[in-house]
Design a protein. Structure first.
Length: 89
């Protein structure tokens, strides 16, 4: 009984948590070494090369960075639609 009532709140909490975890750029920037870097850090370093920006690699990294949130939204879209279209009783 409690889960259908709390479904909207749970979906919001999951979405908020996902965004917080996904946007860990500053933590990765401070804690990464030169040997191990996350993809957002590499994309940031590539974009700061002045006139010699490797646009192909930078664009590929942006596509790779945008895929997980899009896949996450795609998987949950059916569930989100059913939750938001529920009739209130």
């Amino acid at each position: 009984i409690a889960l259908p009532v709390a479904a909207r709140s749970l979906v919001g909490a999951v979405a908020f948590s996902f965004v917080l975890v996904w946007n860990e750029f500053l933590i990765a920037l401070m804690l990464s070494s030169s040997n191990a870097k996350t993809l957002p850090i590499v994309a940031s370093e590539l974009s700061q090369q002045g006139m010699n920006v490797p646009w192909g690699i930078l664009n590929a990294s942006v596509v790779l960075l945008s895929l997980p949130p899009l896949l996450f939204l795609g998987v949950l879209s059916g569930f989100l639609n059913s939750v938001f279209r529920q009739k209130k009783s």
